[in-house]
Design a protein around this ligand. Structure first.
Ligand code: CP
Ligand code: NVA
Length: 307
């Protein structure tokens, strides 16, 4: 499916067909786990983290192990990159030891630089700008619960952040109608909006960008939110709590979605802020399947990139 050295930095680098094929592979790998137990036998994945993580760290480490390889956790505080060794040098050195690198950090340009100088695949495990592995698990979960992806109505309510960016890109690539409600001053970046709009012209999906959560959620098949304060924005949290008043996904707001809507959240969640407990812990929430699917989706990504 993927030829030559390939990185997984953004879903926008892939065609609709390649993305759907990856989702189908993830579902197959989940069902037939044993068939893939040696697919990356002896391969080593470096896992560079500058930010905290529960799901990404554990699902990548467990995932590479389940494919017959091993993960090496590299906290930037412990490696020389944290003391100023250039990213390009780190990329060249790690390429001599490893078969792939997953990185979670702040600046997206750092991940692009790593990919430029590495001779092994680089996987984006979250930047301030994007979270592509998460959205592959999200769409896999949508496929499992809804039996389809294209043509559905997807609503994102909250911050125009890394999750909003990656979801908008993936929805528009896959022909999913994408509605987003963000408060004034917290919109998605305009460069991402342009990409979403050009993707939507190719797939024919609708894109709605508003500041009204009620407008965005109306008739939704999938309802999504994420934290109001992302990693690195902690100092803004008080100001953000005020700005996002009225954006909490509660039972009143979801009553406007389709009765059989599903609720997704990348987690970690803050009950009582972006989502009410009655919604995230309610019958339409599939967040635990979604979290599990990080493992399967990333196994599919590693299988394709590192074989
Ligand atoms: N959703 C997600 O990426 O979770 P972690 O921050 O725990 O990795
Ligand atoms: N937007 C959140 C996602 C966490 C998985 C953050 O960047 O902190």
């Amino acid at each position: 499916m993927i030829e030559g050295k390939k990185d997984f930095l953004t879903v926008n680098d892939f065609s609709r067909e390649a993305l759907m094929e990856l989702i189908r592979l993830a579902i197959k790998m989940k069902k037939s786990k044993a068939d893939y137990k040696n697919s990356l036998s002896g391969k080593k994945l470096g896992m560079i983290f500058t930010k905290s993580s529960t799901r990404t760290r554990v699902s990548f480490e467990a995932g590479i192990y389940e494919l017959g390889g091993m993960g090496i956790f590299l906290n930037t505080n412990d490696i020389q990159i944290g003391r100023g060794e250039p990213i390009a040098d780190t990329a060249k050195v790690l390429s001599r030891y490893l078969d792939g690198i997953m990185i979670r950090t702040f600046a997206h340009s750092d991940v692009e630089q790593l990919a430029e100088h590495a001779t092994i695949p680089i996987i984006n495990g979250l930047t301030d700008y994007l979270h592509p592995c998460q959205v592959m698990a999200d769409m896999m979960t949508v496929q499992e619960h809804k039996g389809q992806i294209g043509g559905l109505n997807f609503a994102f309510i909250g911050d125009g952040n890394n999750m909003a960016h990656s979801l908008g890109l993936l929805c528009s690539k896959l022909g999913v109608n994408f509605a987003i409600a963000t408060p004034d001053g917290y919109e998605m970046e305009s460069t991402v909006v342009s990409k979403i709009n050009s993707n939507s012209k190719l797939t024919g999906c609708k894109v709605l960008i508003t500041d009204d959560p009620r407008e965005a959620i109306r008739n939704a098949d999938v309802v999504y939110t994420d934290v109001w304060t992302s990693m690195g924005q902690e100092k803004e949290s008080e100001q953000r709590l005020k700005a996002f008043a009225g954006y909490c996904i509660d039972s009143k707001l979801v009553s406007l979605a389709k009765p059989d809507y599903i609720f997704l959240h990348c987690l970690p969640a803050h009950r009582g802020e972006e989502v009410a407990a009655e919604v995230i812990d309610g019958p339409n929430s599939v967040v635990w399947d979604e979290a599990e699917n990080r493992l399967h989706a990333q196994k599919a990504i590693m299988h394709e990139l590192m074989r």
